[in-house]
Design a protein around this ligand. Structure first.
Ligand code: NAD
Ligand code: TDX
Length: 336
């Protein structure tokens, strides 16, 4: 099979490409990525010369380029990861987020309509459902109630994808996953930001009182879920993917400090994120019962492994934090 991965130079996409190359000797992986601040070809250095891997530098909003890539590479399946993926950046300014996540998805869908795809997998998020109180979990039938510009752009894209199935019979599947962590995650996101700051003896900025809850899943468990959906997911369906690992942010930050033998005095409670969603929790029983997928990695084990990956790959994240990320960090956290 020829598989087009959009956003393959980012965190989850790069893990997915490596995962698929290792498992499927007959599949070709084409990575279409714009290389925004979050896209990094270093994430795929080890497979750059792989005979079944190809990189295409391009923007998913460029219709002619997207059409040509699908045709030239005789693509059978699209796995669509490309997005502006950070909630805080979408709050600072939403236009790039809307452009890539909504317009970019619609460009891909138009191109897909004209090609002979067998599946179009749209990688979405639990954030489209909004925020939970202390009880309950999101199921696939929970009404969409996105709260941040990022979440609203992802929900818009989900609806477009499902409309293309209904109207044109496009063979789509939508996956909605909870918070990922693991190797190659850009250090603007909570877990790598906390690890990198702790390693640098810098304050760990915890929003509000730190009692917001996220359901964490290791990125390779997410990759395995997408692999399962790619092979056996029902066309026209939505699948929730969760890690069954709800944790309070403050507990996660404390655990990171503990693992690195750093003092809790590094914790810094800062001004809350505007509109900060309280709690996410996923009911993944549909994918578990129908497709027999389950998360394998326990959060505690995965976190220790991830911390040690960041310790061993200081050159990778130092190049990021010493580059343009410095300006972002200043704008987001200075005086907060
Ligand atoms: P990321 O920010 O690490 O990577 C995004 C990638 O998309 C980058 O390589 C970037 O260069 C590329 N990209 C951005 N705009 C593009 C454009 N216009 N054209 C082509 N490429 C473009 O993101 P991630 O954390 O790997 O997330 C991947 C996907 O998974 C996103 O769709 C996100 O919404 C979804 N998701 C993420 C999480 C999570 O916890 N990280 C959870 C659920 C769902
Ligand atoms: O400095 C911080 N301090 C802090 O307390 C940062 C960056 C975050 N937080 C909190 C906010 C959230 O409650 O930690 C939690 C996790 O924050 P993020 O890593 O920004 O993730 P979140 O907003 O939950 O969104 C993530 O999960 C769903 C991904 O970034 C999305 O791409 C995905 O769709």
């Amino acid at each position: 099979m020829n598989i087009l991965v959009t956003g393959g130079a980012g965190f989850i996409g790069s893990n997915f490409i490596r995962y698929m190359l290792e498992r499927y000797p007959d599949d070709r992986m084409v990575n279409l990525d714009k290389l925004t601040y979050a896209g990094n070809l270093e994430n795929l250095k080890d497979v750059a010369a792989h005979p079944r891997y190809q990189f295409v530098h391009g923007d998913i909003c460029d219709a002619a380029m997207v059409q040509a890539s699908l045709k030239r590479n005789e693509i059978d399946i699209v796995v669509h990861f490309a997005a502006e993926s950070h909630v805080d950046r979408s709050i600072m300014g939403a236009s790039e987020c809307v452009r890539t996540n909504v317009l970019g998805t619609s460009v891909l869908l138009e191109a897909a309509k004209e090609s002979k795809l067998t599946k179009f997998i749209h990688v979405s998020t639990d954030e489209v459902y909004g925020s939970l109180g202390s009880e309950g979990r999101f199921s696939e039938s929970t009404p969409l109630h996105p709260n941040s510009p990022y979440a609203a752009s992802k929900a818009s894209a989900d609806l477009l994808v499902l409309a293309y199935h209904h109207t044109f019979g496009l063979p789509v599947v939508v996956t909605r996953c909870s918070n990922n962590y693991g190797p190659y995650q850009f250090p603007e996101k909570f877990i790598p930001l906390m690890i990198v700051n702790a390693l640098n003896d810098k304050p760990l900025p915890v929003y509000g009182d730190g009692s917001n809850v996220r359901d964490w899943i290791h990125v390779l468990d997410h990759c395995a879920a997408i692999d399962t959906v790619l092979h056996t997911g029902r066309i026209g369906s939505v699948y929730n993917i969760g890690g069954n690992s709800e944790r309070k942010n403050l507990d996660v930050a404390k655990r990171i400090l503990q693992s690195l033998a750093k003092p809790e005095s590094l914790l810094a409670f800062v001004k809350d994120r505007p509109g900060h969603d309280r709690r996410y929790a996923m009911d993944s029983s549909k994918i578990e019962d129908e497709l027999r997928w389950r998360p394998r990695m326990s959060f505690e084990e995965g976190l220790v492994e991830t911390i040690s990956w960041y310790q061993q790959h200081a050159d990778w994240w130092q190049r990021i934090v010493n580059g343009e990320y410095k300006d972002y960090y200043k704008a987001m956290y200075e005086g907060r």
